[in-house]
Design a protein around this ligand. Structure first.
Ligand code: NAD
Ligand code: TYD
Length: 361
């Protein structure tokens, strides 16, 4: 079993990254340090981890910076003697990639290249076990029809600028393993949901609009299918793969929980009605509004997760209804977080506060 010491998490202020930093530091058999490198784009929020340093004194360092900044990466590797990288940082929203693909090319492709190159140069001199763990998505495999699954052998056929940029980054990671022997693992996961997800993605957007009585936009006829996994289950799979995954391998992770979008949105409306009663006397389903479809909208994603199940005994544990209830409760209890993110107050604060700070090295 691999023992992790000094872990560089990229994008640790985002949705999955911040859940993972919490998860990692709370493992009883992890005693190392976490360095979180995050550029704090619109999707990154240091508030997501504001209590972490007091919970784990001396074991968490935040660096505001860009994974494309090669000199900064070199300094971080040297200053903190990084042996493990868990690479979440990315531009992650398909709709934004359609409106403006350039940041996706820059961060997802060039940023991953910079990180790989910095790791290769730094680890060349090291004898201890190191690992570059790359977080990727099921979207690299393209779209399925009514039947079938993606396996680790499915050829890549990305359809959006987002998924194409993630596919390119996966290929670079694989090439660094094959060419330079860099120790890597790649995992491709299905759609995550849970606390701290930025409210532009389907589930938090639906929760908040349904809560406030605003129209809930559903693309096309709502028939597209996604496989939803609770973020905590994803974190558990990553933790297992970090310690026991085989170097050079790729693993599919999924929730075994396929749902059409209309089914997801309707269930959220019903759960909110159960908790709060109908909105102004009307069931929240009446807020569902069908809107123009997303261009190149992938019809269905579905993962075959036999490999991780049989080789490591992992499976997704959170039932969808229960996971959604927990998520809804979290958004209800964190209205301040939602307000800050939406109002732009938080971005102003980031600019003002981090504009004044200098790195420790
Ligand atoms: P997110 O958008 O919530 O967070 C991304 C984080 O990366 C933010 O904190 C942002 O500030 C940071 N970041 C962006 N560009 C950066 C740069 N150049 N340098 C440093 N930091 C930068 O994303 P997420 O939903 O948490 O996804 C995390 C990873 O998981 C991504 O790689 C994504 O492709 C992958 N993934 C996401 C899902 C999902 O359903 N959300 C599913 C499968 C895989
Ligand atoms: P999203 O959360 O953006 O994730 P992804 O595109 O990576 O799967 O979208 C999930 C599904 O929900 C996808 O089929 C698009 C659809 N969708 C809507 O119908 N309405 C919306 O407002 C959004 C954001 C997404």
């Amino acid at each position: 079993m691999r023992r992790l010491k000094n872990v560089l998490v990229t994008g640790g202020c985002g949705f999955i990254g911040s859940n993972f930093v919490r998860y990692l530091l709370s493992r009883p058999n992890f005693e190392g340090v976490v360095v979180n490198l995050d550029k704090l784009t619109y999707a990154g929020n240091p508030e997501n981890l504001k209590d972490i340093l007091s919970l784990y004194p001396g074991r968490y360092v935040f660096v505001k910076g860009d994974i494309c900044d090669f000199e900064l990466l070199k300094k971080i590797f040297n200053a903190y003697q990084i042996d493990t990288i868990v690479h979440f940082a990315a531009e992650s929203h398909v709709d934004r990639s359609i409106l403006g693909p350039e940041p996706f090319i820059e961060t997802n492709i060039r940023g991953t290249f910079c990180l790989l190159e910095a790791a290769r140069l730094y680890w060349k001199e090291k004898k201890e076990a190191c690992l570059f763990y790359h977080i990727s998505t099921d979207e690299v495999y393209g779209s399925l029809g009514e039947k079938g699954f993606f396996t680790e052998q499915t050829p890549y056929r990305p359809n959006s600028p987002y998924s194409a940029s993630k596919a390119a980054s996966d290929h670079l990671v694989r090439a660094y393993y094959k060419t330079y022997g860099l120790p890597v693992i790649i995992s491709n996961c299905t759609n995550n949901y849970g606390p701290f997800q930025f409210p532009e993605k389907l589930i938090p957007l639906t929760i908040l609009n349904a809560l406030e009585g605003k129209p809930i936009p559903v693309y096309g006829k709502g028939e597209n299918v996604r496989d939803w996994i609770y973020v905590g289950d994803h974190c558990e799979a990553i933790w297992l793969l970090l310690r026991k995954g085989k170097i050079g391998e790729q693993y599919n992770i999924g929730g075994e929980n396929e749902r059409s979008n209309i089914e997801v949105v309707s269930l959220i409306c019903d759960l909110l009605d159960e908790v709060l009663g109908p909105f102004n006397g009307n069931p929240r389903r009446s807020l569902i509004t069908f809107v123009k479809d997303r261009p190149g909208h992938d019809f269905r994603y579905s993962m075959d997760i036999t490999k991780i199940k049989t080789s490591l005994g992992w499976y997704p544990k959170t039932n969808f209804r229960e996971g959604l209830k927990k998520t809804i409760r979290w958004y209800l209890e964190h209205q301040d977080w939602v307000f800050q993110i939406r109002s732009g107050t938080y971005q102003n604060w980031v600019n003002e506060f981090y504009g004044r700070i200098k790195h420790a090295f």
